[in-house]
Write a protein that binds this ligand. Structure first.
Ligand SMILES: Nc1ncnc2c1ncn2[C@@H]1O[C@H](COP(=O)(O)OP(=O)(O)OP(=O)(O)O)[C@@H](O)[C@H]1O
Ligand code: SF4
Ligand SMILES: [Mg+2]
Length: 329
């Protein structure tokens, strides 16, 4: 991996709810190098969005609580930064595209107002003040690049006046306008027509290439991981269970969960993985001890339910959190 830009170390995050404490993130380890594109896959509810929100420090606290770990951005712990510094990071260096575009758009301002602010701010962050007409032109261009029809009119609309796919495009345009160093793309094309998904992802790829940005791409599509990332991570029930070069992971998955995930590729549309691996993701109120995958794993051994396995090196940076590859089992 190139010089690390982001290093999530042993992150534990939970939610206090009426019924008790949901222990969701269970020691997440995730690294992203400068200019690197990293994929993150895992079935619904495994904690992908919670990880992204933790990195951006936008989880509502309460109910969320970070109980342990570090999120190192250029070596500095985001979790311990002052609020103003985090806000500045979010304005100039980190950028996100969420699954649900309404989360990132303010309902009381027009798309134009929101986009202009971002373009203006981003230029200020780079030490430049842009004239109004340049800002306007950049906003329209950014919308056009996402394939948005009639961008001039869209600038005058409020989020509620747009379809889900159009809102998603606005979010993509916003994220790309910041020229962020790290783009956290959480299923960025979920709300788009299949005909435009590929085109948008390629555009996203082209633009991050141009800006030298790093990307964490969360997706249910192995095709997207294969085409757009250099390294891939599999997540299960709050932990990264396998990490390696994308080719290593796709062509020779080692963790039993990743193997099952690959076997159920056509069904990865949010309904869980019923045929590849029997059973479901555990209840976070009372998760199984040790390897959280053990109730579903055909290879389980005694050690598996005793202690959470760490990520054991398999070779060439390929690592799996499984006692088949190391430890005392
Ligand atoms: N604000 C919250 N309060 C309580 N529980 C939450 C909250 N946010 C997330 N969770 C729980 O955390 C778990 C992980 O959710 P998360 O949204 O991170 O999953 P995900 O991997 O992004 O899933 P998907 O693929 O469906 O987007 C889920 O069980 C979810 O119910
Ligand atoms: S640690 Fe044990 S239960 Fe977990 S995946 Fe490996 S073999 Fe299966
Ligand atoms: Mg999610």
């Amino acid at each position: 991996m190139s010089e690390p830009l982001l290093d999530v170390v042993d992150l534990h995050v939970g939610f206090r709810i009426f019924e008790g404490y949901l222990s969701v993130l269970n020691g997440v380890q995730l690294s992203v190098g400068v200019g690197e594109r990293v994929g993150l896959v895992g079935e619904t509810g495994c904690g992908k969005t919670t990880t992204v929100k933790s990195i951006l420090r936008v989880l509502p606290m309460p109910p969320a609580k970070v109980t342990d770990g570090q999120i190192l951005y250029r070596g500095q712990d985001v979790l311990r930064m002052r609020r103003r510094r985090v806000q500045a990071l979010r304005r100039h260096e980190l950028s996100a595209i969420f699954q649900d575009p309404l989360q990132s758009l303010n309902p009381v301002f027009t798309i134009g107002t929101q986009l202009r602010d971002i373009v203006k701010d981003s230029a200020i962050g780079q030490g430049r003040r842009l004239p109004r007409r340049v800002i306007e032109a950049r906003c329209i261009e950014a919308l056009r690049e996402t394939g948005m029809p009639d961008p001039e009119r869209i600038m005058t609309n409020y989020p509620i006046q747009l379809s889900g796919g159009m809102r998603q495009r606005v979010c993509i345009a916003q994220a790309l306008s910041t020229h962020a160093k790290l783009l956290l793309a959480d299923e960025p094309t979920t709300n788009l027509d299949v005909t435009i998904q590929d085109q948008i992802l390629r555009k996203l790829d082209e633009l991050v290439d141009e800006h030298g940005s790093s990307v964490v791409m969360i997706t249910h599509s192995m095709g997207v991981v294969r085409d757009l990332t250099q390294r891939a991570n599999t997540m299960y029930a709050g932990s990264i269970v396998e990490t390696g070069e994308t080719k290593q992971l796709l062509e020779g998955p080692k963790h039993p969960y990743t193997q099952g995930l690959m076997a159920s590729v056509p069904k990865l549309t949010g309904e869980g993985i019923s045929e590849g691996i029997p059973g479901r993701i555990p209840n976070y109120l009372d998760p199984p001890p040790g390897c959280r995958f053990h109730p579903r794993c055909v290879h389980r051994m005694e050690a598996c339910s005793a202690e959470l396995p760490s990520l054991f090196e398999i070779g060439g940076g390929h690592r799996a959190a499984c006692y088949l590859y190391g430890g005392e089992a």
